[in-house]
Design a protein around this ligand. Structure first.
Ligand code: HEC
Length: 134
């Protein structure tokens, strides 16, 4: 799964992500990615993100939830922050710096990690709908 698509830019940073890559690849092969990545929530590279995006990556305003979003979407956004083509005020204020030193491979790893986390329904929705009762 890793490396099929995603971002590509020069430069590197966050070599710290290497152990995560290895574990995620291993876990994906073993078919139990969720359990394995969960163990990495305390990794400093992940905490750099969950500091703003919430401990479980479910979002903490104004940072949106990352957990369970599509891998490709997350990877694209990180590439766009890195190249500054996503340039909303909040993007400039928060994400340009956060994506500045991410290597392409670190961005892919983080996108993969967050895409595998369980998402959480918004708590302002219809509870019946959420339970699938409608
Ligand atoms: C200082 C706070 C902060 C940090 C640190 C931070 N983010 Fe963000 N992030 C934000 C905010 C705020 C937004 C919303 C930007 C906007 O509205 O354009 C955002 C948006 C995003 C988005 C787009 C989500 C969407 O639904 O469009 C992604 C992907 C993302 N961040 C990933 C990360 C990753 C990966 C890291 C760690 C490397 C990280 N962020 C670190 C605050 C932060």
């Amino acid at each position: 799964m890793i490396g099929l698509v995603g971002v590509a830019w020069e430069g590197s940073g966050l070599q710290i992500m290497r152990p995560i890559v290895f574990k995620i690849v291993t876990a994906a092969l073993a078919g139990s990615a969720l359990a394995a990545v969960a163990a990495h929530a305390e990794n400093p590279a992940v905490r750099n993100c969950t500091w703003c995006h919430g401990v479980s990556a479910h979002g903490y305003s104004p940072a949106p939830g990352l957990a369970g979003q599509q891998y490709q979407y997350l990877a694209n956004q990180l590439a766009d922050f890195h190249t500054h083509s996503r340039d909303n005020p909040f993007s400039k204020q928060y994400m340009w710096n956060a994506a500045e030193n991410l290597s392409a491979s670190s961005a892919r790893d983080l996108a993969m990690y967050f895409s595998k986390l369980p998402s959480k329904p918004a708590n302002d929705g219809d509870a019946e709908l959420e339970r699938g009762a409608i």
